[in-house]
Write a protein that binds this ligand. Structure first.
Ligand code: 13P
Length: 257
């Protein structure tokens, strides 16, 4: 069956020194990632190296970036390539986070290009999808998420889907303290998996990890992770402190599917 993936998205927080402190503290209580759980932190670019080095004390811990460009090089001021991310020792990259879509002109097309490039370069893309509150109120949330998933996976081969992760992050639940109920999360995760089955096949759809993101924290992680199709979390605020992040890793390891 699928491993859980407990992933932290640090957004624009934690410089290199703070990153090292985080991992020094975490590694005092965690020597090895538990069986059946994958664990990932995605810091800012300038903290990637420090994260790779200081997380190496925790066996199996993974590091990722929060974005990348889809070209291999060129005149793209302020951007970074997949190879440059790989060079730091990182294994994952978040693609299409709603904050990138909202503030930095990320589109379904660039998400697709980045997804294909990440796979090609050996990075695992964590592809973010999710509806705005107005779209849910208008009952368009399934259509919106379906469209995002279909566009993201255009020209992605069946055999490559296992090298990707999907994160369902309802925009109205991000940083608001408002979490989707476990019923809402399960309903959408099930829907995404059924769409993946239509795009590919049942085995492929059953193997892909689908994370929930949006105000996940130790207090609500258990009920969300208990849902059949919720395979982990993409966690913002509650991933910034070692004790709270560790609690969610432990919850996942106790619930092992
Ligand atoms: P919060 O957990 O802070 O709501 O952020 C969720 C998120 O956007 C993770 O990518």
């Amino acid at each position: 069956m699928r491993n859980f993936l407990i992933a932290g998205n640090w957004k624009m927080n934690r410089n290199a020194a703070e990153t090292a402190t985080f991992f020094n503290e975490l590694s005092a209580d965690l020597k090895k990632v538990p069986n059946g759980v994958d664990v990932l932190i995605c810091p800012v670019y300038t903290s990637l190296q420090a994260a790779v080095e200081t997380s190496s004390k925790i066996n199996g811990f993974k590091i990722g970036a929060q974005n990348m460009h889809f070209e291999d090089s060129g005149a793209f001021t302020g951007e970074i390539t997949a190879d440059m991310i790989r060079e730091t020792g990182a294994d994952y990259v978040i693609i299409g986070h709603s904050e990138r879509r909202q503030y930095f002109a990320e589109t379904d097309e660039t998400v697709n290009k980045k997804t294909i490039k990440a796979i090609d370069k050996g990075l695992i893309p964590v592809i973010c999808v999710g509806e705005h509150l107005s779209e849910r109120k208008e009952n368009k949330h399934f259509d919106v998420v379906k469209h995002q998933v279909v566009e993201a996976y255009k020209n992605v081969a069946t055999g490559d889907v296992s090298k990707t992760v999907i994160a369902y992050e309802p925009v109205w639940a991000i940083g608001t303290g408002e979490t989707a109920t476990s019923e809402q999360a399960q309903e959408m995760h099930r829907f995404i998996r059924s769409e993946m089955e239509k795009l590919y096949d049942a085995n492929t759809a059953n193997a892909v990890q689908i994370l929930y993101g949006g105000s996940m924290k130790p207090e609500n992680a258990g009920e969300l992770l208990e849902c059949e199709d919720v395979d982990g979390g993409l966690i913002g605020g509650a991933s910034l402190k070692p004790d709270s992040f560790l609690k969610m890793i432990k919850t996942a390891s106790e619930l092992k599917k």
